[in-house]
Design a protein around this ligand. Structure first.
Ligand SMILES: Cc1cc2nc3c(=O)[nH]c(=O)nc-3n(C[C@H](O)[C@H](O)[C@H](O)COP(=O)(O)OP(=O)(O)OC[C@H]3O[C@@H](n4cnc5c(N)ncnc54)[C@H](O)[C@@H]3O)c2cc1C
Length: 419
């Protein structure tokens, strides 16, 4: 099987890169072993919320120069401030083409309300997420009876501290009783499957109308709309007040929906998805990847002009921490990591953890190195990369998205030169 580009990993980075390449007419395949970080994420995408020295960031474009001084190996520093801004703007347009409706702009962070009722700086959020400053004074936070992954009392407690009139209420929908009987099944994704059913929506609307009272807005756990925002819009349009959703503990309906929408867009562009398959090894010749071997295809090689490694960090198995050190398992690429095992973790749990900055070392075109030499048709993107801390710097999705478009541009530019 031959492709223009073969992408290893179908998380945010792999899908964004695949969509951009497929939009330009490339024949692309994404091979992805399992769920990605999106399935566990808030659904909001961070670009840059804090510099390594702890300075908060309001306007990312104004902070990239300072970031370069403090973190020269950060993927943004390698791409350059101007490029990062251009790719961020392109990404906003790409999300719109994929029918993903988001609020926010790369020029200015906004503050989203978290599942704890606190606020956190981010780049793009689903339209359903409430963002500061809240335009309402009377809020009802609606929990779902028996659903432990969202605590209405916690949210209400934090909001009440912000001079708001906050009440809590509990939703009981008979159709949820079957799930409730088995607490391990009573999760956001399963609840959404029930609440998304058109036949449940009139009951849900009636229940929410009763709970609304004289509130200006209802905050509910994000258990609606795994495929798209239609159920949210239908229900919201029939309530006497506004409706907003707050992320729950994973699995995340808002993240899963973004994954589903990106995957659909890629497939509509004739991209080939191979979910549930895993790349096990690769052959290289003359500093080029010549064949990829996967679990499902056995000894049948997959070949592509370009290969993009988007296999994620430790969480997704793109990086492995062994007793002997941190490694990238498919190609055995060079890794940037703290020199000794003792230096991987900081003893204060709440401090930035050095292991989070470990990853694959790349040059400015995001070519990774092996034994100090670049592999010419191989690129690496997303959280497999070294040099950034997605938690402390609030930049996880931004690195995945902008890096994906950076690599897509390099691949397409090289294709033009060859044509
Ligand atoms: C739990 C969690 C929550 C997060 N929440 C947020 C958030 O709310 N906002 C934010 O901005 N950032 C968040 N992040 C940061 C996150 O890393 C990025 O936002 C981004 O989603 C990472 O995307 P990725 O494509 O680089 O990697 P991943 O999403 O990890 O995807 C990698 C994919 O590669 C696959 N894979 C790995 N090895 C192979 C192989 N050998 N063969 C085939 N497939 C393979 C994996 O199965 C996985 O599907 C979160 C991270 C984690 C871990």
């Amino acid at each position: 099987m031959k492709f223009d580009s073969l992408i290893i990993g179908g998380g945010l980075a792999g899908l964004m890169c695949g969509i951009r390449l497929a939009e330009a007419g490339q024949r692309c395949v994404i091979i992805s072993r399992g769920q990605s970080a999106l399935h566990f994420s808030s659904g909001s995408l961070d670009l840059l919320a804090e510099l390594p020295d702890g300075t908060p960031v309001n306007a990312p474009p104004e902070a990239f120069e300072a970031l370069k001084q403090q973190a020269p190996l950060h993927p943004y520093s390698l791409m350059g401030a101007e490029n990062v801004c251009r790719y961020a703007a392109d990404a906003e347009a790409l999300f719109a083409r994929a029918n993903i409706s988001l609020q926010g702009s790369f020029k200015q962070n906004h503050r989203r309300v978290t599942p704890l009722g606190t606020q956190r700086a981010t780049w793009l959020s689903p339209q359903e997420i409430p963002i500061a400053p809240l335009p309402w004074k009377r809020i009802t936070v609606v929990g779902i009876a028996g659903f432990l992954d969202f605590q209405a009392e916690l949210v209400a407690g934090s909001l009440a501290g912000q001079q708001l009139d906050v009440r809590i209420a509990e939703l009981t929908l008979p159709a949820l009783d079957v799930l409730r009987n088995n607490p391990s099944e009573f999760r956001a994704a399963n609840i959404a499957r029930v609440m998304d059913m058109p036949e449940q929506q009139s009951l849900l609307i009636e229940e929410l109308k009763t709970l609304a009272g004289d509130s200006e807005v209802l905050f509910m756990p994000a258990c609606l709309g795994s495929e798209d925002a239609q159920a949210f819009r239908t229900i919201g349009s029939q309530l006497p007040c506004a409706l907003r959703l707050l992320p729950t503990l994973p699995p995340s309906v808002l993240g899963m929906r973004m994954y589903n929408q990106l995957r659909r867009r890629f497939q509509q562009l004739n991209g080939l998805m191979m979910p549930g398959d895993a790349v096990l090894r690769a052959e290289t010749q003359h500093q080029n990847v010549s064949a990829i071997f996967t679990r499902n295809h056995g000894e049948v090689p997959l070949r592509a002009k370009n290969v993009v490694l988007a296999s994620g960090s430790f969480f997704s198995g793109g990086l492995e921490a062994k007793f002997s050190g941190i490694r990238e398992p498919v190609f055995g690429l060079d890794i940037h990591a703290p020199a000794t095992r003792e230096a991987w973790c900081h003893e204060d749990f709440f401090s930035p953890q050095p292991y989070l900055q470990a990853g694959v070392a790349v040059d400015e075109s995001f070519h990774p190195l092996r034994d100090g030499r670049p592999i010419e048709n191989l690129y690496a993107i997303g959280s497999v990369l070294a040099g950034f801390d997605p938690l402390q710097q609030g930049c996880g999705a931004g690195v995945s998205v902008t890096g994906a478009l950076h690599v897509a541009q390099h691949i397409l530019a090289a294709q033009e030169v060859c044509a």
